[in-house]
Design a protein around this ligand. Structure first.
Ligand code: TNX
Length: 556
C-alpha cells in the first residue's frame, strides 16, 4: 500500500477521529498554553525583528524552515520597521532560566522573549504552530510559557560501527533541534572504525577508518561470525567536524565527542599496534578473538593488525604505558581544539580487564602503583586522563563501568547498564546522565515480533515504554536527584547501515524521548502524546523526507 495512505489511515485510527484541522501539536508539549481567539495571518512581507546577532542567526534558520513549508521567507530586520506586521524576537532572559521562553501570538503580531537559546526554542515552537491553508498561512492566537525539566537532553549517534555522512549528521541535528534536544553525543571511535582525522597520527584514518568485513571473527565461544562481507569505512576531516560543531551550535546543540579507552580500541591498535597490551600469551589467552580468512584459516592470529568487522567485546586493549598516555593526550588535545564543549567522553565501557592479567606490562604497573587488581588499574588509567582533561578546563564523562575500581574524582557517569550505576554515582555526589539499556537503547526492536522488523541488535523497546521513562530514580533523595542532569537515548549502529534505517530506529521514539527530557514526569500524558501531537509531527516528517516507523504498523 502507498506509504502516505497507510500513514494517514493509521494516524486516523490512533486518534479515533478525523484529524482536526487545527491543533496545538508542539513536541515536546510546552509547559503552559493559554488559547486566545482566532488566528493571525503570516504574510510574506512580515518583518522578523532581531536586534542581536544570535537572534538573527536563529531567525535565518527559522526562515529556511519557513520557506520549506510555505515557499516564502520573512525580512530579518535589525531595527523596528515602525509599522506593518512584526514577529519580534526580544533577547531577554525569562524567569532567570537560560532555556525558557515566552511566546505570544495576538492581533498585533508575534512576540517571543528569551535568551539566545530561549528565542531559538520559541521559533521552533512557532514553526510547529504554522498551518498552511490554501488561502493563507495562519497561526493560532495564544500565549505560551515554556521551560525544560532537564538541562541535558541528548541523543548518542554511533558512527563507528557504520559511518554516516556529514550531510546525514546535519539532518539529524536539524530534527534534534526541532525537538529541543541540546546535546549530541558523537561516538567517534570503536573497534570497528576510527572516524576523526588526527593530524599527528594519520594512520588512525588511513588504516583505522577502514575495515575488511570478509574477515571472519571468532568470539569467546569460538563461534565464527561474519556480517555482510562488504567493506565499510569513512571518517570526518577536522574541517568537516568543525563545520558540524558550528552547525550544531547554531541550533543550540553541544556535541560531546567520545574517544573510547582503554577498551573498544581495536581500530586504533590496528593502526598503532605498539599501543596495545599484548605481550605474553598473546593468542593463547582464553577468550582471545582470532581472525580467520574466508577459508576459515587463522590469519597468524595477530588480531591487532585488523580493523574487525564483527561486534562484541574485543580482547586487545590499550596498555597502561607512557606511550599510550602520550598518544591519548595528543589525540585529546586535537579533539579539544575541535570540540569546545565542557565534556569529553572517554568511554570506559566493556573493558575485558582479565586480559590485563596476562599482560606483563599491565602487571608491572599494578605492582609499581600498589594497585589491588585490574579494576583499580582501569581506574588509575582513567584518573590520569581525567587530570589531563581537567588541567585543560574540561570535564570527563564515561560509561558506568568507570565506577569499578574507584570513580575519578570529578567524573560524570552515563548509566547504561540499568540505573544502578547512576544511582551509585549520584549518591556519591557525582553528576549522572541516565541512559539505561532497558528504556533508552534505540537500536532495540520496536515490535515484539522481531521477524517483522529490519535486523537489529535485539531487545524490544516500544514507544510507550520510552515515553514512560522517568530519568530521576525513586531510590534517590531530592538532593541526590539533582545530580541527574538529564537523559539520553543511544543509537548503536552495528546493524544500521543506511540513513533510512538510522531514521527508522530513531523515529518516532525520539519524539517520545523529547517529552521525557522536557516535561516533568507528572505532566506527561501518553494518550495525549499519541493522539494530539504525534500524528501531526509524523505528517510533517513525511512531508519533509524523514523516514520513521509508522506506530503500530504491526497491528492489523
Ligand atoms: C553495549 S552500551 C555497548 C555497545 C554496543 C551496544 C549494543 C555500551 C556502553 N557498550 O558497544 O553497541 O551494547 O546495544
Amino acid at each position: 500500500m502507498n506509504r502516505k495512505l497507510l500513514l494517514t489511515g493509521v494516524l486516523v485510527l490512533m486518534c479515533a477521529i478525523t484529524l482536526p484541522a487545527q491543533n496545538i501539536s508542539i513536541v515536546p508539549q510546552p509547559k503552559t498554553i493559554r488559547m486566545g481567539e482566532g488566528h493571525w495571518v503570516l504574510q510574506p512581507g512580515t518583518a522578523l525583528l532581531a536586534t542581536t546577532s544570535d537572534a538573527r542567526k536563529s531567525a535565518a534558520i527559522f526562515n529556511e524552515m519557513l520557506e520549506a513549508k510555505t515557499g516564502f521567507q520573512l525580512n530579518i530586520l535589525q531595527y523596528s520597521p515602525g509599522e506593518g506586521p512584526v514577529i519580534h524576537l526580544e533577547e531577554n532572559l525569562v524567569d532567570g532560566q537560560e532555556e525558557a521562553y515566552y511566546l505570544n501570538i495576538g492581533d498585533g503580531g508575534v512576540h517571543i522573549k528569551g535568551s539566545g537559546k530561549g528565542l531559538f526554542y520559541g521559533l521552533q515552537s512557532l514553526i510547529q504552530l504554522l498551518e498552511v491553508r490554501e488561502s493563507a498561512v495562519v497561526l493560532p492566537q495564544l500565549e505560551i510559557s515554556d521551560a525544560p525539566a532537564f538541562g541535558y537532553r541528548g541523543i548518542m549517534l554511533d558512527v563507528s560501527r557504520h559511518f554516516f555522512s556529514s550531510q546525514q549528521i546535519k539532518k539529524i541535528l536539524d530534527l534534534m533541534a526541532q525537538l529541543k534536544f541540546n546535546t549530541m553525543h558523537w561516538h567517534l571511535t570503536d573497534d570497528q572504525g576510527w572516524r576523526l582525522e588526527i593530524k599527528k597520527y594519520p594512520k588512525l584514518t588511513t588504516i583505522g577508518a577502514w575495515r575488511d568485513s570478509t574477515i571472519i571473527g571468532q568470539y569467546y565461544d569460538f563461534q565464527p561470525f561474519i556480517y555482510d562481507g562488504m567493506p565499510h569505512g569513512g571518517y570526518y576531516s577536522q574541517e568537516e567536524a568543525r563545520a558540524i560543531v558550528q552547525y550544531a551550535a547554531d541550533r543550540k546543540i553541544t556535541i560531546i565527542p567520545e574517544i573510547e579507552l582503554p577498551g573498544h580500541s581495536s581500530a586504533v591498535l590496528a593502526a598503532y599496534p605498539e599501543l596495545g597490551s599484548f605481550d605474553v600469551n598473546r593468542d593463547e589467552g582464553k577468550g582471545t578473538i582470532a581472525a580467520l580468512n574466508d577459508k576459515g584459516e587463522p590469519l597468524d592470529n595477530d588480531i591487532s593488525s585488523q580493523v574487525p568487522g564483527y561486534w562484541g567485546v574485543h580482547y586487545n586493549i590499550y596498555g597502561p604505558t607512557p606511550e599510550a598516555y602520550q598518544f591519548l593526550e595528543d589525540v585529546l588535545s586535537e579533539v579539544m581544539e575541535i570540540f569546545p564543549g565542557e565534556y569529553i567522553h572517554i568511554g570506559g565501557d566493556e573493558v575485558p580487564k582479565d586480559h590485563w592479567q596476562t599482560s606483563a606490562i599491565a602487571q608491572k604497573v599494578i605492582k609499581k602503583e600498589k594497585l589491588a587488581d585490574e579494576h583499580e588499574l582501569q581506574s588509575f588509567f582513567i584518573r590520569r586522563i581525567e587530570q589531563f582533561l581537567n588541567k585543560n578546563g574540561r570535564k570527563l564523562i564515561g560509561w558506568d563501568e568507570i565506577l569499578e575500581g574507584g570513580l575519578a574524582p570529578n567524573a560524570t557517569v552515563m548509566s547504561w547498564r540499568g540505573e544502578k550505576g547512576g544511582i551509585a554515582a549520584a549518591k556519591m555526589g557525582h553528576d549522572v546522565i541516565m541512559t539505561p539499556n532497558s528504556h533508552m537503547y534505540f537500536d532495540h526492536y520496536q515490535a515484539e515480533d522481531k521477524t517483522t522488523e529490519p535486523l537489529a541488535i535485539g531487545g524490544f523497546l516500544p514507544l510507550e515504554k520510552v515515553y514512560g521513562y522517568n530519568p530521576v530514580p525513586e531510590a534517590l533523595t531530592t538532593e541526590e536527584g539533582k545530580h541527574v542532569l538529564g537523559v539520553q537515548a543511544n543509537l548503536w549502529t552495528e546493524y544500521l547501515a543506511t540513513n533510512n534505517k538510522m531514521e527508522y530506529y530513531l523515529f518516532p521514539r525520539a519524539l517520545a524521548l523529547a517529552e521525557v527530557a522536557w516535561k516533568p514526569k507528572d505532566e506527561k500524558n501518553y494518550q495525549s502524546f499519541i493522539e494530539d501531537r504525534l500524528p501531526y509531527r509524523l505528517l510533517d516528517f513525511e512531508e519533509n523526507g524523514v523516514f520513521f516507523r509508522i506506530p503500530e504498523a504491526d497491528v492489523e
